[in-house]
Each structure stands twice: as structure tokens, then as C-alpha cells.
Ligand binder design. Sequence first.
Ligand code: HEC
Length: 137
Amino acid sequence: MTFSKRALFLLFLLILMTSHLRSQTYNKGKKIYQEACLSCHQEDGGGVMNLNPPLDGASNVISNNTAYLIKVVLLGLKGKVALDNKYYGNVMAPHNNLSNQEIADVLNYIRNSWSNKKAKAKKILVEDVEATRKSLP
Ligand code: HEC
């Protein structure tokens, strides 16, 4: 197969556009994180010892069980739950005021930030958030 210059140029444009779109949703997720999550989970995703769990390096955050993550954001989390064998005393309130798109963006942000980048976790789609929200009583 031979590539004409035009085909190469179009391919280049396509790559540029998709990487631009990808970084756009990443930046949207980052902004939501800064506004709604950073105060507890910290800028570096490291959390606060005994109070708020780290999101960086957390096994649940990079796992394929994306419904769990969506539920944590929609319903919040409290009580005695072991997260990577540690307990945290603070309470996470529900964030069901965020739209399905915002939840997908912020979760994709935490799954693709800090050391979590290495995990190459699968992307959470807005449809996933929609389905999980509908499944809740
Ligand atoms: C008021 C502080 C606070 C805010 C704000 C907050 N969280 Fe949390 N988050 C917590 C606490 C505390 C827990 C653990 C609760 C427990 O162990 O009972 C938690 C748990 C989690 C978990 C589960 C971690 C695991 O290892 O299973 C995720 C994911 C999470 N938060 C994401 C977010 C996101 C995304 C936002 C912003 C939309 C956010 N949190 C906002 C305090 C907070």
C-alpha cells in the first residue's frame, strides 16, 4: 500500500484532533477534581492519613469495576470500609449534583493521573454513568 501525501496529511490531522479531544476531557476532569475533590483527596491524589483515602495508587481507582467508582461519587461513602487494608475516618458526601459527563470526566481524570497513568485503565463512558445512575433505587 502506498500513502499519498494527502492521505498522510489527513492521518496527521486526525491524530492531532483525537489527542486534542482527549486532553480537553482530561482538563475538564481536572477542573471538576479541583473544585469538588481536591480539598479532601489532595492535589497529588495522596489523601490525608486516617481521614481521606489516597486516589493515587488505590487499587479500586484503577480497577475494571467502574460501577463501584461511579456509585462512590453518586452515593458518597462512609462507615468502616477497608480500602487497601486501611480505614479512613472522614465521610464522603454524595456528589449526585454532578452530571453524567462530569462524573465520567472526573473519574477518567483520577484513573489517568499520578502513578495511575501506568495502569492504562479502561475509559469510563458517559453511558456507563447513566446506566449506573438508573440502576440505583
Ligand atoms: C469531604 C471530603 C471528600 C470529598 C470532597 C471527596 N471525597 Fe472521595 N472519599 C472521601 C473519604 C473520607 C472516602 C472514604 C470513606 C470511607 O472510607 O468510609 C472517600 C472515598 C473515595 C473513593 C473510593 C476510594 C477507594 O479506594 O475505594 C473514591 C474513588 C473517591 N472518594 C473519589 C472522589 C471524587 C472523584 C471526589 C470528587 C467528585 C471526591 N472523592 C470527593 C472524602 C472525600
